[in-house]
Every structure is written in structure tokens, then in C-alpha cells.
Design a binder for this molecule. Structure first.
Ligand code: GCU
Length: 405
């Protein structure tokens, strides 16, 4: 906790009863309870959730009803006193704030505030290595000195050293562990306060693409930390493998939290009431399909009268007629669904000319629709857009395409 840079934060917290996804061989070190050993191996959640889906669900559940703190925390970078902690699901505590850079521990660092010790250690008792282990920082005491603490105080919520968290930033989610604490100490170059939230290690920053220098790095806002409490979510390992161990837990954590926040039902995006401003929507069912494809209506959320279900084969396609008011480069936005576990890349052709491959990443299920976009040249008037699957699964289900005008 070497930084006094300011930061701004928004937080959301959720708690879950979760089973550990990772059985860890090493005995726990002195700093954490030993109850974390191979707890019930987690049955992977049935549905695969993306970081974006889980973050959106967290935000929906971060309301006054789920707020944990009654007094605001301080954004470590901006020092704005506007960070709250939410518990959107049992056992998960979430906040959104800055990321200031903590370079403490056994890795050398030129920061004048560098300290050789972290609050918690790896499973062999070594100080954590800020350049190798993605860890986050919480206040080390209840600033108000009251019980229950008006602020979020980790010791009241089943959170121990090396507690797993998902850290979201800029579309990504990484796994991190609770590694260090923020205290009102006497560092000459810092203005520390245990109410601060929004600091993490050099490694956490670098995994998320955030400038990671302990003296000049960090971001002021937009980093969401979702802490999974309880002994089964304590991560064991050494400085050499703690990062890998934490990353190995990410998808299961996303699936578990996503399933929990959706009440067992994956989110379904509502049909758009109208195309984006400045664009025109063309329904896939006005087009034609290669052999084996069908226009279906057996999944929820499509617009118009049907969606295209192209055949499951390399080269299977759907042709969609569109018009452009004038010739030029236009953005095509395909509304699609892929309820499997594998993306469905497809070649996009215009009037018989290929313009490369567009990826169609998975969606939560066949009732959930997402958009994949690509820019292509169109001529004035009528054009035919062909979406051709490049894998044996064929293209995704295609509901419509919008054309920017
Ligand atoms: C399922 C789903 C279809 C989809 C198909 C596929 O059968 O119901 O809508 O097109 O899988 O894998 O392409």
C-alpha cells in the first residue's frame, strides 16, 4: 500500500455460497485458516457466463437494498469519498473504484514507498510478490472503531488472506487474491486511510492492461472487485503459481455468480424496439438459406417473425438482402445467438465478395441475443449479405442485421 494517488470508485458486492473450484495441495500458511483444503470440489455451473454478463448482473444487483456499508469509502486514486460495497448475492462483496498500484512484498521495486512485507503471505510463508501475484488491498481495520463497522470491514464478512476475487476492467475479468491491507500509517509520501478502496498489485494491473508502475501507474475509476468469501474460496499456492491458481478459478466463479444472480435463469436481452439511430434493420427471415437451414421461431427474444437457423456444416450460409441509401463503408450489426460452448466464426460476403471472418462468440443460451459487427463496403441500393460458417457447426442463429446509413 504504497500509493497516495487518488481514485474514484463505485462498488458492488454480492455473496454466494460457493464450492471451491480448486483443490490445492499445499498446506496453508500461518496467515489463513487451514479449512480451505480441498473442500467440496465444485460441480461446474451448467451455464457459461462471460465477464460482461456477470458484471452487468452485478451492477443490476448493486442497489440500496444490497449496500453493506452505511458510510462511504474513499477512492484510493481520486480520494473522492463515494465508494460503496454491495452484496448482490450471499457471500459475495463487490465494489467499483480505482486501481492504485501496490508494489510491496518480495519483488524489488524502485518505488520510494516500497515495503518488503505484505499483510498476507503465500502458502510457504514468503511475502507476496507484487510483480507476480495479482492481489487486491482492503482496509486493515474498522476506521470507525465500532461493531458492526459502519464501513465495510473484511473481518466481519468471512474474508481472509488470499481470499479469491474476480477483478473486472475494460471487458476483462481476472482472478486475484486478498494480499495486502491499507492502513492509516505514517508513510511520508502517502496519505493513507483504512477507508480507502481501490488498490491492487503490479501483477493485477498488468493482467488487466492497466499501467502498473507503483509511482505513475493506476486508473482512477472503473475497476470492479467481487470478493468471494468463505474458506472454500481461499487460494493456496506459492508466488510462482498463485496467479495461475487464481486464473484457473475465474470461469467457475463467473458461472457460479452468473447463475446465482440470474436466479438460475440466464439473462435474456430484450428485443430491440428499433434499430440503432442512423441505421436500418433487415430481418434474416427475408433472406434465403443454404441446404438444411430453416427459419425458426422456437427460441425467445427474436424480432420479426423468425430467425435464421443455418445448417450445421462448413460452408452453410444465410443470405440477407439489405439496401443502402448511398454507396460507402457501412457497419453491419448482426443480432445473433449461439447457445453452445464454442464460438461460430463466419465469413461475411457482400454481393459475392468476401470481407473476412467475423467472430460470433457464445451467448448464455439460445434465448440470449448479442451483436457482432463488421464494416464493409456497400453499393447504393440492393445488396446481398452472406454469412457463411467456417466450422462444422455452421453459423450462429441470425435474427437480423442492421446497416448504418
Ligand atoms: C439447437 C438450437 C438451434 C440451433 C442449433 C445449432 O438445435 O435449438 O436453434 O441452430 O442448436 O447448433 O445450430
Amino acid at each position: 500500500m504504497s500509493s497516495n494517488r487518488t481514485r474514484l470508485a463505485v462498488l458492488a458486492a454480492a455473496a454466494l455460497a460457493l464450492a471451491t473450484p480448486l483443490a490445492i495441495a499445499n498446506a496453508d500458511a500461518a496467515t489463513t485458516p487451514t479449512t480451505a483444503t480441498a473442500a467440496a470440489a465444485a460441480a461446474p455451473a451448467a451455464t457459461t457466463y462471460t465477464a460482461a454478463q456477470v458484471l452487468a448482473a452485478i451492477q443490476q444487483h448493486s442497489t440500496a437494498a444490497t449496500q453493506v456499508n452505511t458510510k462511504p469509502h474513499i477512492n484510493t486514486m481520486t480520494r473522492a469519498q463515494n465508494v460503496n460495497v454491495y452484496q448482490p448475492a450471499t457471500g459475495v462483496f463487490v465494489y467499483t473504484s480505482s486501481m492504485a498500484i501496490d508494489d510491496d512484498g518480495s519483488d524489488p521495486d524502485p518505488d520510494p514507498d516500497h515495503q518488503g512485507e505484505t499483510t498476507f503471505q503465500d502458502s510457504s510463508g514468503a511475502q507476496l510478490a507484487a510483480h507476480h501475484v495479482p492481489f487486491y488491498v482492503l482496509g486493515d481495520d474498522c476506521w470507525d472503531n465500532k461493531t458492526p463497522c459502519p464501513h465495510f470491514f473484511y473481518k466481519e464478512h468471512g474474508i481472509s488472506g488470499r481470499q479469491f476475487a474476480l477483478v473486472f476492467y475494460n471487458g476483462k475479468a481476472i482472478g486475484a487474491i486478498f494480499g495486502d491491507t491499507q492502513t492509516g500509517n505514517s508513510q511520508t509520501t502517502s496519505d493513507n486511510d483504512s477507508r480507502e478502496l481501490g488498490e491492487a498489485s503490479v501483477k493485477a494491473a498488468s493482467l488487466l492492461g492497466i499501467p502498473s508502475s507503483g509511482t505513475t501507474g493506476g486508473v482512477d475509476n472503473g475497476v470492479t472487485v467481487a470478493i468471494f468469501s468463505g474458506p472454500s474460496w481461499v487460494v493456496n499456492g506459492t508466488n510462482a503459481n498463485l496467479s495461475n491458481n487464481a486464473q484457473a478459478m475465474v470461469q467457475n466463479a463467473l458461472n457460479t455468480l452468473g447463475t446465482n444472480l440470474a436466479g438460475g435463469t440466464p439473462p435474456s436481452s430484450p428485443p430491440p424496439s428499433s434499430p440503432p439511430p442512423g441505421s436500418t434493420l433487415f430481418e434474416a427471415e427475408t433472406g434465403t438459406l443454404s441446404a438444411g437451414g430453416t427459419f425458426d421461431s422456437n427460441h425467445l427474444g427474436f424480432t420479426g417473425t423468425a430467425f435464421a437457423n443455418p445448417a450445421n456444416a462448413v460452408g452453410a450460409y444465410v443470405d440477407i438482402p439489405v439496401t443502402a441509401a448511398a454507396a460507402g463503408t457501412k457497419t453491419l450489426g448482426f443480432r445473433y445467438s449461439d447457445g453452445t460452448t464454442a464460438a461460430r466464426p463466419a465469413t461475411i460476403s457482400v454481393n459475392g465478395t468476401s470481407h473476412g471472418t467475423l467472430n460470433f462468440p457464445i451467448t448464455a443460451d439460445w434465448d440470449t441475443w448479442s451483436t457482432a459487427s463488421v464494416s464493409v463496403p456497400l453499393k447504393a441500393g440492393a445488396n446481398t449479405i452472406r454469412v457463411t460458417g467456417t466450422t462444422a457447426d455452421g453459423p450462429a442463429n441470425i435474427d437480423s442485421v442492421t446497416v448504418s446509413q
